[in-house]
Structures are given as structure tokens and as C-alpha cells.
Design a protein around this ligand. Sequence first.
Ligand code: FAD
Length: 292
Amino acid sequence: MIPAAFDYIAPQSLDEALRVLAAHGEEAKLLAGGHSLLPLLKLRLANPKLLIDLSKVPGLSGISHQDDRIVLGALATHYQIESSKLLKSKCPLLPETARIIGDVQVRNRGTIGGSLVHADPSADWPAAILALRGELKLSGPKGQRQIAAEEFFLAPMITAIEPTEILTEIRVPVLSRRCGSAYLTLAQQASGFAVVGIAVWLRLDTKGRCEDIGVGVTGLSEKPFRARPVEERLRGNKLTLKLIEESAAQVAEGGDPLEDLHASAKFRAHLAQVYTSRALQEAVKRALGRKV
Ligand SMILES: Cc1cc2nc3c(=O)[nH]c(=O)nc-3n(C[C@H](O)[C@H](O)[C@H](O)COP(=O)(O)OP(=O)(O)OC[C@H]3O[C@@H](n4cnc5c(N)ncnc54)[C@H](O)[C@@H]3O)c2cc1C
């Protein structure tokens, strides 16, 4: 449980971090909260020659409201998000997701950016960010680019980020009138990771029909995904219990359910259906009750 020897550097700016990363390529690893990377180092599943600690890079950890978007710095910790007053009123799906991640120690150090880049297929953040149609800002040697969350997750622990890029920001919409959201998960007892986790964000029109919707799924299959068949079934319609249950039955169409020691594929698919229905019902209830 002792990592192989590595060098360590703590750049003081984003430019410096990008320069060091470009110079060392795949031999270097970025360090954020360390709660996914350090276990990999200790198990020697990752053996970087250099750790580039992002904690001294200014501007990567704030949470702000810009126009109709919430902007989260990649180094915002789970706890910062869980306890943010701004998010509780403007995007409550984020604190709701953060508060069930791991334990206090994990939430205190772990970051949203680290979790998204690590891309564990059972991690909680991807579901919420997919449901919100989040956008990820990446900085690299050629400048900046923005990528939709839906295009970011490629396979278990593989994302669209290049080895020379740093995730700097995550942007999600501000919750407005008649919007509701919910994140429901059946968590693994030991770690808190999701056996299945379903995040829903939706907006109703003045007649109570579903105007817009995002459903993010984690834990069910090899990578998190948006449950588009569910969204398409509901968009434009009144969200009756019957329609919600019919659409929830389509949630597993987006991926092959995993089979492991936590759940069989059949049980996982069943859980996903039940949690999708419950998350949709909760989001509708919250949207109907939301005044501003
Ligand atoms: C006991 C325990 C319980 C946990 N329970 C849960 C849980 O219930 N739900 C859950 O979702 N997660 C859980 N986690 C994981 C936790 O959320 C981690 O904090 C998170 O996965 C990684 O974030 P980090 O900041 O620690 O990243 P690190 O471990 O520092 O980095 C992870 C990876 O991302 C890369 N990286 C980090 N930041 C950036 C960046 N800005 N740009 C580019 N690359 C970057 C690193 O190079 C590394 O490859 C748990 C972890 C532990 C140890």
C-alpha cells in the first residue's frame, strides 16, 4: 500500500500547470482532492513519475452565478457544493447530489472535477451533470474548448479529455420558475457509490406539461448516460403517474446493465426503473411547488 516514488510540483498558475503537463505528457498526473488518485497510486494501478498538484492554481474552486448559468470551478469540493447557499436556491440538484457522496472526509477533499475526470461508472456527479445538460470547459496547450457532458464520458474511467488538458469549469443552468429536480440513488453500503443513481431535471410549462427534461443515469452500465427515450416520451406531455411509469420502463434502453457483486443485471435494471419513476415524481412535485 505504498506508492512508487514520484516527483511533485504545485504550479502557481493555470499556465504553469498546462506547461508542466505538456512537458511531461502521460508520465504526469494531475492531483485534485486525491480521493480517487491516491488509492490508485497505493495499489500501483497508476505509477506517474510526476504529480501536478492543482491546489495552488488560483480561480479553479469558486462557485458563481453568471447570467443564466451556474459556474463551478473544477476544484470545488463536494462539501463546498453541499453547503453552498447559492446552489441551494439556484440549482438544488447539486447540493442534493453532493451530500450523499462518501463520508465527511471524502466530501471535504474530493472535487467535482476530479470525480468527472476519474469517470467511475458508479460515481454520483455524472448523473446530475448529465441531467442538467452541463458543459465542461477544458484548457490545453491549444487554448480552451467546451464539451457537453453527454460527449465527455466514453467508457469506464475514460473521458474525452486529452492528457495535456485540464478541466477548469463546469457550467449548468440556473433553476427557474416551474423547474424541479431530484437525485435518488441506491448506494453501496461500504463506499456510498451508486448501485444505481438517477438524476432528473425538468421544467413544466404554464399548463403543467413537460417543457424540457434531462435524465442522467449512473451505476447502471459501463458509463453514465442520458436516458433519452425516457426524456422523449415525456417531453411535451402532462406528467401523469401512468406516463411516468411507462417512460421509466425505458430507462435501461440506453445501456447494458452491469452485473457484479452488488447486483445482478436484472436487479439493476429493475432498480433503475423504480428509481427513475420515483425521481421523476419527486421532480414534478418540486416543480409544482416552486414559486420562483
Ligand atoms: C472512501 C471513499 C468513498 C467514496 N464514495 C463516493 C461516493 O459515494 N460517490 C462518488 O461519486 N464518489 C465517491 N468517492 C470518490 C470521490 O468522490 C473522489 O473525490 C472523486 O472521485 C475524485 O475527486 P478528487 O478531487 O479526489 O480527484 P483526484 O483523486 O485528485 O483525481 C482523480 C482523477 O482526475 C484527474 N483530475 C483531477 N482534477 C482534474 C482536473 N481539474 N482536470 C483534469 N484532470 C483532473 C486526476 O489526474 C485523476 O486522474 C469516494 C472515495 C473514497 C475514497
